[in-house]
Design a protein around this ligand. Structure first.
Ligand SMILES: *Cc1c(COP(=O)(O)O)cnc(C)c1O
Length: 398
């Protein structure tokens, strides 16, 4: 078994770990796929924002730049992490709300098509929002069943899309298994049938390289509090391909998406371009951390993050096979690196009872009912020694 200290010594991103605030009593944080850790720079930036920008500039801040943040931060996120040219990404709302806005825009733009395709293992909020839209618009949901250790396969999509399909919605990285979908191929298949495609990037943004423009994605959403370290409840982002802006109309017609917000005139007229994806006053305070996080990701590069991520999850798989599988633990994640996102899931009845002793020992994985333990080592803030320590504690408890 490789020595974790040797892996850390060879890790070109190891020094980024010192950029994060230390967590008292936490020896092994393995839940970067649920809530990323805060950068020291984020604490400084928040303090500075409150004391200087908010306190001094007051409402002048809006015209100093705050009103542009949803678009300028969106463009920056698009360039650094999403493979999106400027003018297509906004930072706003929450993932749930943006799924609603974009999915409604998509199905309303394909009125002759009454079906929406999704998979049974997509994140609950994605499924629930589409159930609501289907009820609201009289649409039929077509479910693809996926095995819990894998995810949506292009052949399964090809089987169900046809001239009745308005839209498909899948996750780039499955939140449970960690399956990494073949986005470009699934888009090709859906587009051949004339359907629009929407991708949930919550579990891939900031962890896996994304090429929204090159992959022909129509619509995408994702959050910034997982691998993008935006903090609890940080706003989400939405992408709409440039040639759909102006054709698709999202239904929450608020003043911030209006052509001329401050004329406060009668009647809604959407702004040109990606601003039309906005609805109300942007959550400026909650966007502050994103500036610091994007600086760090830009410096590290998403390619280097992905390279380390694969080493971390391979290492976790090796340790699980040697230490945990003999105790009845099952690995329910893809072993092929090309099909694996940034986390792995272990399964065993009784994991729930281990949660308290693990936390007491300063080991924090992610527990998913009924018997799943997710190991999500965020590459910029997690060492190989941390993974070793966490899984070794788990072995002892088993
Ligand atoms: C975390 C996550 C969400 C969360 O949506 P919120 O609106 O931020 O609660 C949605 N989809 C996926 C795939 C996720 O992993």
């Amino acid at each position: 078994m490789t020595d974790p200290l040797a892996l850390d010594a060879a890790d070109p991103l190891a020094h980024f770990r010192d950029r994060f605030l230390a967590a008292d009593g936490v020896a092994s944080y393995l839940d970067g796929n649920s809530l990323g850790r805060p950068l020291k720079a984020t604490a400084d930036l928040m303090d500075e924002f409150i004391r200087r920008q908010w306190a001094n500039r007051l409402i002048q801040g809006w015209t100093d730049g705050w009103l542009e943040w949803p678009l300028t931060l969106g463009d920056r996120l698009g360039a650094i992490a999403l493979g999106a040219a400027p003018g297509q990404v906004v930072v706003a709302d929450s993932t749930t709300v943006l799924i609603y806005k974009l999915a409604r825009a998509a199905v309303d733009a394909r009125p002759g098509r009454r079906r929406v395709v999704l998979d049974t293992d997509n994140f609950p909020t994605d499924r629930y929002v589409l159930e609501g839209i289907a009820a609201e618009r009289g649409l039929e949901l077509v479910w693809i069943s996926v095995s819990p250790e894998e995810g949506v396969d292009p052949a399964q999509v090809a089987e169900v899309v046809d001239e009745r399909t308005a839209m498909v919605l899948f996750s780039h990285v499955a939140y449970r298994s960690g399956w990494l979908a073949d986005v470009a191929e699934i888009n090709r298949i859906a587009h051949e049938a004339g359907a629009l495609t929407m991708w949930d990037l919550c579990h891939s943004a900031g962890s896996v390289p994304i090429e929204l423009d090159a992959w022909g994605v129509d619509l995408a959403v994702g959050c910034t509090y997982k691998y993008l370290n935006g903090g609890p409840g940080a706003p989400a982002f939405a992408y709409m391909r440039a040639d759909l802006l102006g054709e698709l109309h999202q239904p929450i017609q608020g003043w911030m998406g209006h052509r001329a917000s401050f004329e406060m005139g009668p009647g809604y007229e959407p702004a040109k371009g990606s601003r039309a994806l906005l609805s109300g006053t942007p959550p400026i305070l909650a966007m502050v951390p994103l500036h610091a996080n994007l600086d760090v990701l830009e410096e590290a590069t998403i390619e280097a993050v992905r390279a380390k991520s694969l080493l971390l999850t391979s290492y976790a798989l090796d340790l699980a096979d040697e230490w945990l599988v003999p105790h009845g633990v099952e690995v329910v994640s893809p072993r092929t690196p090309a099909r694996r996102g940034g986390h792995i899931t272990l399964k065993r009845p009784g994991f729930e009872q281990l949660l308290e002793p693990l936390w007491a020992a300063g080991v924090i994985p992610d527990y998913r009912r009924p018997d799943g333990l997710r190991i999500g080592p965020a590459p910029l803030s997690t060492s190989f020694a941390e993974v070793h320590h966490g899984l070794s504690t788990l072995r002892t408890l088993l």
